[in-house]
Structure formats: structure tokens, C-alpha cells
Design a binder for this molecule. Structure first.
Ligand code: PBG
Length: 302
């Protein structure tokens, strides 16, 4: 029997169910072979402040890491977008599910252009706030946290005129009809957006092997490349950075952009190479930092 650790949010529980179903299908197991263990994280408890302010992405992973290393669970399921760049040495990303729609969806208006002057956009993501301001400098990003349903309720209550949510999350919650997709050309997504990852203890060969059977290799390579870019940029959750890798004809291409916090400047670049070559992300990071004016550079490099 495998114990699968997850956060307890509705989206996290759906994603945990996807991993459980994939394991059952791949190995011909019964449902009882995978026990879902919800674990409450600091990030779930503190809902009223931006993630960047209260301690960053580790808030989502710390409790799951501890449970994993204490052998209370055998694997941990994460939205890879929320997993910090530097992971403990004794934990590995053993598998990723096939990536979902990577786009953001705009909820509350037909397009960013259609919003009234000065409209409030609920988002606590430095990337989304900067991208919105780059397109419409008059729009006002306001802090917006909580799970998907909480955010939609705040929007319905008129706290903001619009909000941006990941298509992947909406889709997995059965809310794929909410809002309109924003094209990748207009808003490049967050690194690892739309990807569900599964971690286990690095020394746990049995679980690693079981997870290898459900690993979607192209997604895994793209997510690792996007995360390698974050590492090379020394980006943290305050850094407005967008990145998306794809594999075509055996070649991995990463598109990425860095923004000034207020969206008043941005730089974009692209780099291609072999899917497993860590140099692609490093070269791209160097390109972006070389292009970046001081207000952007100041947000990177640690
Ligand atoms: N930061 C919260 C978060 N983490 C992952 C998703 C959506 C699912 C995904 O991108 O994998 C979301 C919600 C959102 O950004 O709308």
C-alpha cells in the first residue's frame, strides 16, 4: 500500500485523485492500494496575505516534505508551479502527469482591453500583475488569495472587476467554462503552470519505480527546464517571471520573459537545445539578464 500525501484544497484533492487513478491503471491495482492522506499546510491556513509576503512557496511544501521524510507518506503530489526551485537533496521529482492547458483565463471580462479604466484585477501573482500592467498600465492589481472558489466568490461579490486563474486548475475542478483563455502570446504562463508533479524520497527505489510508470516524459523535461531557468535566474516568488518550454521534433525550446514589478519594462528571449541539456536554461537566463534594464535586474540574481 502507498500513502499519497496532498494538500487538502479541492484542487489538490482532485489532482491527488488523478495520480491515484493513474497508478491504479498503470499497475492494475485496486483503489485500496493507494491511500490519500490530506495534510494541512501553512499556505492553506494563512489566506489573507500575498504568498511572497508570508514566506513563499515553501509554505505549501514544508509540511509535505516533513511527512515524506518522516515516512508518514510515500509520495507527495504538488502543483509544480507552487514547488520552490531548490528542493531538499533527499527528495526527488519522480514523475509528472501530462500537462493540462497552460494558459491563464480571465474571469470578469471578455478581454483585458474590454475592462473599464482603472479596473481592479484580483491577483497576488507578481507575474500576472506585471503582465496586466504591461498591457493596460491603468489597471489596478489587488491582493487576491484563497482557493479557486473563494476567488470566484470575491469576484462575484464585486471586490474586483476581474481576476486571472490558471486554466488547468479550473479544468480539473470541472469549471473549464469559467472566463476566457488569454493567449500565450499575450500572457506567457508561470514556469510549470498546468503540471502536476509527484515527489518521493530519493532513496525510495520501490516508489520511484512505481512512479516511473506514470511519468509523462515530455512534460517532465519541460518542467525541469522551466525550473532550471528559475534556478539560473535566482528567481523567487517575488520575481515576475514567465516561462514555457515545449518539445517539437526532439528539440526543446524555452520561451521566457522577465518584467519590472509595475510592468513598465520587460525583456523576452528564447533558447533551444536537447531536452535533457541543462545548458539551455542557463544560456537563456544569461541572455535575459544581459537584456534586462536595472529595474528588472534588481528582482533577480538573489
Ligand atoms: N498559485 C495557486 C495555484 N497553483 C496551481 C494552480 C493551478 C493549477 C496549475 O497551474 O497547475 C493555482 C491556481 C491558479 O494559479 O489559478
Amino acid at each position: 500500500m502507498l500513502r499519497l500525501g496532498t494538500r487538502g484544497s479541492p484542487l489538490a484533492l482532485v489532482q491527488a485523485g488523478l495520480v491515484r487513478d493513474a497508478l491504479i491503471a498503470a499497475h492494475g491495482w485496486t483503489r485500496e492500494m493507494v491511500e490519500v492522506v490530506p495534510i494541512r499546510t501553512t499556505g492553506d491556513r494563512v489566506q489573507d496575505r500575498p504568498l511572497a509576503e508570508i514566506g513563499g512557496k515553501a509554505l505549501w511544501t514544508k509540511e509535505l516534505d516533513r511527512a515524506l521524510l518522516a515516512r508518514e507518506i510515500d509520495l507527495a503530489v504538488h502543483s509544480m508551479k507552487d514547488v520552490e526551485t531548490i528542493r531538499p537533496d533527499d527528495i526527488v521529482i519522480a514523475a509528472t502527469l501530462p500537462r493540462a492547458d497552460v494558459r491563464d483565463r480571465l474571469v470578469g471580462a471578455e478581454s483585458l482591453e474590454a475592462l473599464p479604466p482603472g479596473a481592479r484585477i484580483g491577483t497576488s501573482s507578481p507575474r500576472r500583475a506585471a503582465q496586466v500592467r504591461a498591457i493596460r498600465p491603468d489597471l489596478c492589481p489587488v491582493t487576491f488569495r484563497g482557493n479557486v472558489d473563494t476567488r470566484l466568490a470575491k469576484l462575484a461579490a464585486g471586490e474586483v472587476e476581474a481576476t486571472l486563474l490558471a486554466a488547468a486548475g479550473l479544468e480539473r475542478l470541472g469549471r473549464q467554462d469559467v472566463g476566457v483563455p488569454v493567449s500565450i502570446a499575450e500572457m506567457l504562463p508561470a514556469p510549470a503552470q498546468g503540471a502536476v508533479g509527484i515527489e518521493c524520497r530519493a532513496a525510495d527505489e520501490r516508489t520511484s519505480a512505481v512512479l516511473a510508470a506514470i511519468d509523462h516524459l515530455p512534460t517532465h523535461a519541460c518542467v525541469l527546464a522551466e525550473r532550471a531557468l528559475l534556478a539560473a535566474l535566482v528567481a523567487d516568488c517575488h520575481s515576475p517571471v514567465a516561462a514555457l518550454a515545449r518539445i517539437e521534433g526532439g528539440i526543446l525550446t524555452i520561451d521566457a520573459a522577465l518584467y519590472a514589478a509595475d510592468g513598465s519594462a520587460h525583456v523576452a528571449a528564447q533558447e533551444s537545445g536537447a531536452p535533457t541539456d541543462p545548458a539551455v536554461a542557463r544560456v537563456l537566463a544569461a541572455k535575459l539578464l544581459a537584456l534586462a534594464p536595472p529595474p528588472i535586474r534588481a528582482l533577480f540574481g538573489g
